[in-house]
Ligand binder design. Structure first.
Ligand SMILES: *Cc1c(COP(=O)(O)O)cnc(C)c1O
Length: 380
């Protein structure tokens, strides 16, 4: 169930403002916990990059999830929000020395390493600190997920991970380094994946890779299957929960039951609970269409401009019949459009619009392009 945006609170603050339904977020976290409760060795790490609003992070930390970070700044944000270092994993193709040292000094639970070059740097830095870095190797499984080209990450042509063909050699290198403790394998094939067949393909590829390492006498203590579970952007009031049941059961069916499995879910946890609320500044009659010009732009929510992503839009304050609008922002870019030819209750200056399902990759990707202030937030 989605609770309505608290319009009275919105009226008291500057718009655009992100509004987060914390009861939906808590219900989502409960649902995730329920689906893995029969697998004590499974752990879900929340992908911090989806939304690092401190209030959201604290709520997720207190629900017992771990944190999946992709920068030193995210490691710091996770620690500040109360995630234990032993619940923090850190991935990324381009970790700087400073970021690696932060992870080592804080004693995070895992570095997900993406190349031999990085492995050697972590080894050197760990030894310089008299430490041994716990490492998983990120594998590029060469699997295409059925999602947007910019958010598929598991193809051989993508920059991510170590090509699976050379993995045994890289594991042997990891095992030979004194500053490295080789633990497991890490995968992440993309984002906004709705077809469970993509995840079963991943499971089958993982089983092949584990079989191959096993024959070569190379032990793997756990695996991390990444994130990527998609949400329904088209029906935000009817479908408020990602398909966690189908998702986790795919892994239960296709992976060895004795294997500790880690997940890194971002979008599916926070996406549905957030709305970007903005105000209509002007209704402008174009030659062929009407524009609702709002005070939010690609600076607050870049997904439509970046990926052509769809977000449902509601007029929260009009009771009048629907009309057709292009909903556009104020930024000096033609791609600064939230939706074209959308049916919305008749818009007038001062109406509040909610751009829905904006809890993931919304606030966290906001910028101050055009010298705009960053958006505030309301947790309700
Ligand atoms: C972005 C990312 C995730 C989370 O992806 P979602 O689609 O938001 O679930 C998980 N793992 C890694 C390594 C990532 O880069």
């Amino acid at each position: 169930m989605m609770a309505p945006v608290p319009i009275d609170r919105v009226r008291e603050v500057r718009t655009p403002v992100y509004c987060y339904d914390t009861s939906l977020l808590k219900e989502t976290l409960e649902t995730v916990r329920f689906h893995i409760s029969d697998r004590p060795s499974w752990k879900v790490h929340y992908a911090v990059k989806a939304n690092f609003n401190p209030g959201i992070l604290k709520l997720i930390a207190s629900a017992g999830l771990g944190a999946d970070c992709v920068s030193g700044g995210e490691v710091r944000a996770a620690l500040d929000a109360g995630f234990a270092p032993s619940d923090i994993v850190y991935a990324g193709v381009g970790k700087s020395d400073e970021e690696i040292l932060l992870g080592l000094d804080e004693g995070i639970s895992r570095f997900n390493v993406e190349s031999v070059a990085e492995l050697k740097v972590i080894d050197t830095l760990a030894r310089s600190r008299g430490k041994v870095a716990p490492v998983s190797l990120r594998v590029n499984p060469d699997i295409g997920a059925h999602t947007h080209a910019n958010i598929t990450t598991g193809l051989a042509e993508n920059k991510f991970g170590i090509y699976h063909g050379i993995l045994p050699d890289v594991v042997r290198i990891a095992l030979s380094l004194k500053g490295i403790e080789f633990k497991g394998l890490h995968f992440h094939i993309g984002s906004q994946i709705l077809d469970m067949a993509d995840f079963s393909t991943l499971c089958n590829r993982i089983a092949d890779i584990l079989g191959r390492l096993d024959t070569e006498g190379l032990p793997v203590s756990d695996i991390n299957v990444g994130g990527g579970l998609g949400i329904d952007y088209y029906n935000p009031d009817d479908i408020t929960m990602a398909s966690f049941g189908a998702y986790f059961s795919t892994f239960k069916r296709h992976l060895r039951s004795d294997l500790p499995v880690h997940f890194e879910l971002g979008r599916s946890i926070v996406g549905p609970c957030g709305s970007l609320v903005c105000k209509v500044l002007y209704v402008k009659e174009g030659l062929t269409r009407k524009f609702a010009v709002v005070d939010a732009g690609m600076t607050e929510l870049i997904r439509p401009a970046l990926y052509g992503a769809y977000h449902h839009i509601d007029n929260l304050t009009s009771m009048m019949p629907e009309e057709k609008y292009d909903v556009v922002g104020p930024i000096c870019e033609s791609s600064d459009v939230f939706g074209k030819a959308r049916m919305l209750r008749c818009c007038r200056r001062g109406d509040y619009l909610a751009i829905r399902s904006a809890g993931a990759y919304g606030e966290s990707m906001a910028s101050s392009y055009n010298c705009r202030p960053l958006p505030g937030s309301i947790l309700y």
